[in-house]
Design a protein around this ligand. Structure first.
Ligand code: FES
Length: 217
């Protein structure tokens, strides 16, 4: 029995040692440089690998140099694509010549005429008297005797110079209904009494087809 226990102990010890050897990492001494590491920083090349001599804990030994990482290559910034490049050539639209600006039209400024408008020339009939009612510069309604002869307009008061009655148009003349006085429609002259004085005449101007009375009434 004692011999059996000794045999089992030797078996267990042997098995444990084998298991321990299996678990522990086995250093590889095959690739260790055989050169003498005598100075820190010393480098050697062995089988395509670089080693450096380092000093740790006061002892010099070789360490495998890890390959340096490839340098980072800075790619050049791509230039602007032709599509985004502005063309300096003129566009088809730009090649069209700009039409010249129209010359400012010469607008005839209507001549400023003093007075007030009594009527239009088109309202008159050549060779006939015409009595019209208009507004003077003060806004007051006034009656006027107009006459068109050979393109010239004349204007007279309708107040009879005899006693102040209003004359009426009678073809070429102006007739007073009160006492029968008759006046020339173009000149206002007395053609038949009892009136002795001609009708009061007014200064007339024409502009734009309008008849302006420029005398104060
Ligand atoms: S008022 Fe006109 S004729 Fe006498």
């Amino acid at each position: 029995m004692i011999e059996f226990n000794k045999a089992r102990r030797r078996f267990l010890i042997g098995s444990g040692s084998s298991l321990l050897l299996t678990l522990l990492p086995i250093p590889s001494f095959a690739e260790a440089p055989k050169a003498v590491c005598s100075k820190a920083g010393q480098k050697i090349l062995l089988k395509g690998k670089n080693y450096i001599c380092v000093k740790k804990s006061g002892k010099l030994h070789w360490e495998l140099l890890t390959p340096a990482k490839p340098p980072i290559t800075l790619h050049p910034t791509p230039s602007a694509s032709p599509a985004t490049t502005k063309s300096t050539s003129p566009s088809p639209e730009a090649t069209h010549s700009t039409p010249p600006a129209p010359a400012p039209s010469v607008t005839s400024t209507p001549q400023k005429v003093s007075g007030f408008v009594a009527a239009k020339v088109s309202d008159l009939t050549e060779g006939k008297s015409k009595i019209v009612v208009a507004k003077d510069l003060k806004g007051k309604s006034v009656s006027l005797a107009l006459f068109l002869s050979a393109g010239v307009v004349t204007a007279h008061s309708v107040v009879c110079t005899h006693q102040g009655c209003f004359v009426g148009e009678a073809d070429k003349t102006l007739a007073c209904p009160c006492h029968g006085s008759v006046f020339d429609g173009r000149t206002g002259a007395v053609l038949n009494g009892p009136a002795r004085s001609p009708l009061q005449s007014y200064k007339v101007a024409e502009a734009g087809g309008d008849i302006y009375i420029q005398s104060e009434i």
